[in-house]
Every structure is written in structure tokens, then in C-alpha cells.
Design a protein around this ligand. Structure first.
Ligand code: PLP
Ligand code: SF4
Length: 338
């Protein structure tokens, strides 16, 4: 109809094992609670009403939750609750006004020297505290979708780092990722390639040999920033995924969000840092929650956040203590809450 020939059979790769695994993810709160042996009696009615940002939880991730515990810190991150429907003063749909930072070509440029390319619209898990929950990016994986941002990256010689974000950039197939990385490779002023992803944690089978080979072949130094909020997210499969990424010579960092009822205790944050280090990952940022509507029940006030950060600094070496930061609309960088 469009005049385009259909893709040749050779061009359509069969789904990879990780893609097939993702296709079996929980999308129904009742089914997830049933799997966990939790009575859905108190099942929040919100579960069925939060249509724009429905539950999405890979089975492996659900398998790391404690059986029968409705207060499990991993479950709390992903289960829609009635609390999301209660408005919290100051919590709005687009707390970071990111539209202002959009370039004509579709990059996000807020800070000096680095630009963010929205490589994928989707995620493998839906985190209830996500600041993009009301505005999922309309990225596309069409072959020409990256022409404009890549042209901008080539022209912006003041940039030394490109950050792939989204959504989750590792949701791209190996073929699509190879295409993107191949087009970034010849841009000489880009010295570093950073990937922000939750996939090695919520779907560790995504860390394929092909992915690791791509990272080690990339002329730019690669940095992979994981998003882990609790040590229970890091089991054996995640250890192996991190080790594989390390062998590709990528630098592994982690950023967490400080979340009430998930990780707002010194011992929890300490265990997280220590577990990350066992996996070869260094803590980078501990973010104060973005004030997005629907996430008010995760908020930890600044006073407590600072106290937690100080206590953490007292019990950990400096290199295992993440920097407590907040992102604001106008600031020239993520602001430390000193
Ligand atoms: C967070 C962010 C970055 C990266 O900030 P770092 O402090 O370098 O980690 C870059 N661009 C945008 C738009 C961001 O939101
Ligand atoms: S993986 Fe990141 S972008 Fe996706 S829902 Fe979770 S916090 Fe949001």
C-alpha cells in the first residue's frame, strides 16, 4: 500500500530469548499477587484504573520478591496502588519540564558536554515512581528515526559524551543497537558512550554476548549506568550479567532513587552499596524523587534524606557512598543536597 516492498525474510530476525522472556512478563496485578501467594483481598482498585501506565513486571524480577509479603520492597516499586490516585501538593505531570531541553533534532541537552538521545520508548518494567509515567517518549525504532539527532551530534563538537536513554535503550534489538552504535562510532569528538538501563537487572538475559561484543568494539569508552534501588534486585543472574558487561570493559555505575518503604533506611542503602560492589558496580547517584503526580507516597523529605546520606557516609567508604542529588528544571547540573 505504501509502495514499500515488504521486508525480506532475511531482514526479520526471530525474537531473541530475552525478547521471548519479556513477552511473558506479568501485566495483570491479580496474576502477579497470585504468583506471590498474596491475598488479592486488599488489591488496590487502582490496579485496574491506571490505564496509561499499567503494571509490567518480568517473571524473573517477580521471582526475586519475597513470597507472601505485601510489603516487599521490589513489589512496592511496581504494584499500582490507590495511593497513586491521591493528589500530592507540588507533584505534577511533568516535573522536569523536559520539553524545554529538547533540541529540534530530538536530543535532550540540559548540561554542558553531554547530550541525551532517546533511543527507545519502552521499558521492560513499569516503575511506579517514574517521572516519565505521564509522558512516555514517542521514540521510534524506524531506520531513519536517528538521522536528525545523529546529525546534531556530529555538528555539536562541544559534546564529549552521548547518553542513550529512553525508555530503556537496551530494549532495542541487537541489530538496531548495532546500527545506532555503528553510526555513533565515527563521531570523533564523542569520547564516551553512556547507556542508562534497568534491563541487566530486571531482565538479565538481555546481556547477550553480541551486546557485550558491541560494547567492547565501540571506539568510545562505554559507561553503563544501572538503576538498582534495593540489594534484593541483585541475584545470581544479575551478578553474571554484570560480570559479562565488565568483561566488555564497560565502566559500571548505579543510580538509585530514594523511595519511602523501599530503601529509606541506612542498613538497606548500605546493603545495596555493598551488593553493588560485589557485582563490580560503583554507586553513583542517590536521587531525591522527582515530584511526579502519582508518586507522592514514595517521597522522603529533604531533612531525612540528608540525615540518611550522612549516616551512610559514616558507615561506608567514600567510594561506596552515592551522591545525594536532585534534578531541577533550571539548574546547570544535578544538584547535590549537601
Ligand atoms: C541526568 C541527565 C544527564 C546526565 O547528568 P550527569 O550528571 O552527567 O549524570 C544529561 N542530560 C540530561 C538531560 C539528564 O537528565
Ligand atoms: S525503567 Fe526507568 S524509564 Fe522505565 S519505568 Fe522504570 S524508572 Fe521509568
Amino acid at each position: 500500500m505504501s509502495g514499500q516492498p515488504p521486508p525480506s525474510p532475511a531482514a526479520v530476525s526471530p525474537p531473541a530469548p530475552w525478547q521471548r522472556e519479556l513477552a511473558t512478563a506479568f501485566t495483570d496485578a491479580g496474576a502477579l499477587l497470585d504468583f506471590l501467594g498474596i491475598e488479592p483481598a486488599g488489591l488496590p482498585t487502582a490496579a485496574t484504573r491506571i490505564a496509561g501506565f499499567p503494571l509490567l513486571v518480568p517473571r524473573g524480577f517477580a521471582g526475586q520478591m519475597r513470597h507472601g509479603d505485601p510489603a516487599d520492597p521490589l513489589l512496592r516499586q511496581v504494584l499500582p496502588t490507590d495511593a497513586e490516585l491521591a493528589p500530592t501538593p507540588g507533584f505534577v505531570a511533568d516535573p522536569l519540564s523536559e520539553q524545554q531541553a529538547r533540541t529540534p533534532g530530538g536530543l535532550l541537552r540540559k548540561y554542558q558536554g553531554r547530550a541525551l538521545l532517546l533511543a527507545s520508548a519502552g521499558c521492560a518494567v513499569h516503575c511506579r515512581y517514574c517521572f516519565r509515567r505521564h509522558d512516555p517518549y514517542q521514540a521510534t525504532t524506524a531506520r531513519n528515526a536517528w538521522d536528525a539527532p545523529l546529525a546534531e551530534l556530529r555538528a555539536a563538537t562541544d559534546l564529549s559524551e552521548v547518553i542513550l536513554s529512553g525508555g530503556d535503550p537496551l530494549l532495542l534489538s541487537d541489530d538496531a543497537l548495532a546500527n545506532l552504535l555503528g553510526r555513533l562510532a565515527p563521531i570523533a569528538h564523542l569520547r564516551r558512550l553512556r547507556i542508562h538501563t534497568r534491563l541487566p537487572v530486571v531482565l538479565p538475559s538481555r546481556v547477550t554476548e553480541a551486546l557485550c561484543a558491541m560494547l567492547s568494539d565501540q571506539p568510545q569508552r562505554c559507561v553503563v549506568v544501572l538503576h538498582v534501588n534495593h540489594s534484593a534486585e541483585l541475584g545470581q543472574a544479575q551478578t553474571r550479567a554484570c560480570e559479562a558487561l565488565k568483561r566488555s570493559d564497560a565502566t559500571l555505575l548505579n543510580q538509585s532513587v530514594l523511595l519511602s518503604g523501599v530503601n529509606d533506611a541506612v542498613e538497606t542503602l548500605r546493603a545495596l552499596s555493598e551488593r553493588l560492589f560485589e557485582c563490580g558496580v560503583l554507586p553513583y547517584y542517590l536521587h531525591q524523587l522527582d515530584q511526579v503526580a502519582g508518586a507522592g507516597h514514595f517521597a522522603v523529605d529533604d531533612h531525612r534524606a540528608r540525615a540518611l546520606s550522612e549516616q551512610l557516609r559514616a558507615v561506608l567508604p567514600g567510594y561506596l557512598t552515592p551522591l545525594l542529588v536532585r534534578e531541577t528544571v533550571a539548574a546547570p547540573n544535578k544538584e547535590p543536597l549537601a
